[in-house]
Design a protein around this ligand. Sequence first.
Ligand code: IPE
Ligand code: IPE
Ligand code: MG
Length: 251
Amino acid sequence: MSDSPTVQNAPDLTGGAVGGDGPTHVAIIMDGNGRWATQRGRPRSFGHKKGSEAVREAIEGAIRSGVSVLTLYAFSSENWNRPPSEVRDLMGLLRLYLRNEVAQLNKENIRLRVIGRRSQLDNDINVLIDEAEAKTSQNTRLTLVIALNYGARAELTDAAKALAAAVVEGRESLENITEDRFAQELSTADLPDPDLVIRTSGEQRLSNFLMWQCAYAELMFTDTLWPDFTKDDFADAVTLYKGRDRRFGKR
Ligand code: IPE
Ligand code: IPE
Ligand code: MG
């Protein structure tokens, strides 16, 4: 450990991953499905299909690396701006995933969680999500979080609104609104913050992903397009992560 002075009451931003340990929580921005398909002269839907298969690679990579939480950005609140046919394709793949993969996840002791605004999703998808979450709720090997119709600004706005309402109605005092209290209003309240964010496809931006939770995450960008992502790519990212010096503002 360093010789830096012990700071009492300093927020614990480490998520349990300090000093060369592997990440506890890895979050992935799964990008590049469309380009992957276009490069092959195929429709974007083909890329999305292949992309949904790469999820298996990420899960296996996470389990092999001893990761506890894997969050996958599957559909952003801005992705509604895509052509309706593409949105339909993506929702269709989600239905297929929830119908076909949950039994396997359960067998592997994986817990499934969904974050993001549920109200805009079709009812049958919400039913499938409820069933999947209930079925896997006791599983402990890995928590797989799917960010669906997720946008950090919407999440932060909702949290601010909920706390403001609580104060106005006298259920909460202003003095109680600390960073920890704020974090409790987020969809990730019971999860550690991501230690590592991986974005595929060469883009280097967050695209409205977990902006509060990633305040101190290590960021990694790879040119690999999401459908080509493998468990070895995951392991490589974890190795690079272990070489990073996470300082959290200390010297
Ligand atoms: C990621 O691939 C999947 C989603 C955003 C749903 P893209 O569809 O964004 O692929 P590119 O970025 O156009 O290649
Ligand atoms: C981010 O990818 C969202 C997901 C991976 C689900 P996008 O392809 O939508 O992001 P931008 O539009 O390039 O920033
Ligand atoms: Mg993209």
